[in-house]
Structures are given as structure tokens and as C-alpha cells.
Ligand binder design. Structure first.
Ligand code: LMR
Length: 349
């Protein structure tokens, strides 16, 4: 079994308003389970993720920690390991299977390689126009059915979380397909994302998120696609001063746990964790668009960073260039699923 390479101290629960509200909202659940909880053993929930605390995922995990602390009277302890400190992209799902972590929120792009290729539907370029469209899929029947499919790979899917739309960064603006020619672009381990970069004439290089910054610094790769909160918090600006607002694809997460741990919890604790997580996800989803806007505003003031808009003509040219990828992967993600996604969005397939 792999050994965690770094064990940071617990991230403290936020105080004040969150705490008071958590007490109120959690009152009913806590009252129902209170007597039983007092007699129950302490419970540890290790939550490992690869991004910074100041992102939708980081903030969602902190809210979960605060809610469970309050509602269990400190009995349920959530230890959060951000920034790939405990597990990274290469080993986090294996760690979950082995019981070396209890909860993860990998990006949807990472479930294809984990044996659930349907999740790569979210990677299809230019599929969603905005987060409202994404939510019609993730928060409805299609989303529920997708979460159930994670059971095939020994995961319990607990909910979806947004980050936002990906933008391109490089040492030059990337407005037109020709601008991508020959660039080595870091991508997540998703077949769709690889094909998308090849369609643009670039060379996709699959790398764990935690290795991306170093790969950009050392010239192993030349460009990357990230939502702005990740670009900002990974300090990519000095390495990749040109950000082109391509908005070409969505990046979101599914929170997962292992069925063994989930079943072992018992009914009362499962309800407690479920309720707290639902609220934490709502919190993260409420924050997502704001963090994206805040990251953009911050980047616009950073010396050296140049933010490039994409006009309608260039956007159409990029969309045309990657359109074959949608056809290519229709079968891979499942034609019925793709039709159901279009149906939920309200588009004709
Ligand atoms: C990535 O690898 O680029 C993202 O999945 C990182 C994240 O979790 O937002």
C-alpha cells in the first residue's frame, strides 16, 4: 500500500457565522441522532484533494468539516488534505479502494480512466454554454444515473460540484486553431481531452495536476487548460502570462466514497454526513461562479498577465476544429447518454 508522503495538520473549522448557521440548520438532525451519537465512537473522515483551499472544492471541503464538527459535537473529525498533500491524481482512487482515505472529489475527467467512460461526456468541447446548463444535467435525472454508475468501480457517488469553464494559458495568445500548432499541452487523463488537443494540432501530455506547475516551469509542457481559480491558485501566471478566455470546456467534480466505509457508518452517521455534504456542495456550487469572476479580476491586475478575449469568429473556428471529437466520442460516452445530456440542456442533439 502506498504511504502518504506528507501529513499536514488539520485545517481548522471556520468560526462565527458558518458555525452559528450550522448549529441552526443541523439542529433537527442532531436532535434526532443526539443521544445515540453521544455514545458512538469518534469517526475520522479523511478528505483528500489536489487543489488549493481557496477554490470551490477547497471551500466545499472546509464547509463539510465545519458542519460535521458542529453537528456531531466534535465526534466526527474531517481531516482535509489539499494540494495533493496526501494523495494525487495517480493514486487517490486506489487509496480510496484500500481504505487509506475516505472521501475524494476528482474532476469528472478522471473517472473515464477509472472505468466509467460515460463521465467523459463532460469533457466534450463546447458542450455547455454556462453553469446553468451544466446544472440541468448534474442536478437532475442524468446526474443521478451517472452517480449510480460509479458503483461499477466500487465508488459511491455522493454529488456534483462545479468549478467552472476552462481557459487556455501559454506564453502566447491562443485564439485560433493555428495558434495551437505543435504546442505541448498538459491535459488530464481523459481520452476526450487528448483528442481535443490533437484536433487543434497540439500535442496532449497527460500529467497529474500536482505536477503541472513544475512541468510548465521546466518546459516539459508549453500550455495548459484550467478554470481561472486553479490557474490563479497554482501560481501559473508567472509561467504562463497569456490567458485566452476560450471557455471551451467544463471542469467539475463528483464527490465519492467507498461502499465499505459508507455502509460501515451506520444509518444515523450516514444521514448526518449526507446532509452535511449536500449543504457543503450547495455552498461550493454557490461560490463557484464568484470565485471564477474574482480570479479574473485579480489576474487583470497582475503585472505581466495578459487576458485575451475570444471574438465570435475565433470561437467558431475553434469550435469547428474540435467538432470531429464530438462525433468520435459519441459511441464512447454512449449515444443515449449524449442525447439525454442534450435533452436536459434543452438543445437538439
Ligand atoms: C486538473 O487536474 O486539472 C483538475 O482536475 C484539478 C482539480 O481538481 O480541479
Amino acid at each position: 500500500m502506498p504511504v502518504p508522503h506528507r501529513m499536514p495538520p488539520n485545517v481548522p473549522a471556520p468560526a462565527g457565522r458558518v458555525r452559528r448557521r450550522a448549529v441552526l440548520v443541523g439542529g433537527a438532525v442532531a436532535a434526532a441522532c443526539g443521544v445515540a451519537m453521544a455514545r458512538q465512537a469518534p469517526l475520522l473522515l479523511r478528505f483528500s484533494h489536489v487543489v488549493a483551499p481557496d477554490t470551490p472544492k477547497g471551500q466545499m471541503a472546509l464547509r463539510l468539516q465545519a458542519l460535521l464538527h458542529e453537528r456531531s459535537g466534535g465526534r466526527i473529525r474531517v481531516e482535509i488534505y489539499p494540494d495533493s498533500q496526501l494523495w494525487g491524481d495517480d493514486d487517490e482512487m486506489e487509496a480510496l479502494r484500500l481504505g487509506a482515505v475516505e472521501m475524494l472529489a476528482p474532476s469528472l475527467s478522471k473517472f473515464g480512466m477509472a472505468g466509467v467512460p460515460e463521465f467523459e461526456v463532460f469533457d466534450l468541447p463546447f458542450l455547455f454554454r454556462d453553469l446553468a446548463q451544466v446544472r440541468r444535467v448534474t442536478q437532475g435525472r442524468v446526474g443521478r444515473e451517472l452517480l449510480e454508475r460509479l458503483g461499477r468501480q466500487q465508488m459511491v457517488g455522493l454529488g456534483f460540484l462545479d468549478n467552472g469553464f476552462k481557459q487556455m494559458s501559454a506564453h502566447r495568445p491562443l485564439r485560433r486553431p493555428a495558434d495551437f500548432a505543435g504546442l505541448r499541452v498538459r491535459v488530464q487523463a481523459s481520452q476526450v481531452l487528448g483528442a481535443q488537443m490533437r484536433a487543434l494540432g497540439a500535442r496532449p501530455v497527460v500529467l497529474p495536476f500536482g505536477e503541472t506547475q513544475r512541468a510548465l516551469a521546466t518546459g516539459v509542457v508549453d500550455a495548459a487548460e484550467n478554470p481561472l481559480s486553479n490557474y490563479l491558485t497554482q501560481q501559473l501566471a508567472p509561467l504562463q502570462p497569456h490567458v485566452t478566455l476560450t471557455q471551451h470546456g467544463y471542469l467539475g467534480y463528483a464527490v465519492v466514497t467507498h461502499p465499505r466505509w459508507w455502509e460501515h457508518l451506520g444509518r444515523a452517521d450516514r444521514a448526518l454526513v449526507r446532509q452535511a455534504l449536500d449543504e457543503a456542495l450547495q455552498h461550493g456550487n454557490r461560490l463557484a461562479a464568484g470565485l471564477d469572476q474574482a480570479a479574473l479580476a485579480s489576474l487583470r491586475t497582475q503585472p505581466g498577465v495578459q487576458v485575451h478575449m475570444l471574438g465570435a469568429t475565433n470561437r467558431d473556428a475553434l469550435r469547428q476544429a474540435v467538432q470531429p471529437v464530438v462525433e468520435q466520442f459519441r459511441r464512447g460516452v454512449g449515444p443515449e447518454l449524449l442525447d439525454a445530456v442534450h435533452g436536459a440542456i434543452g438543445d437538439a442533439a
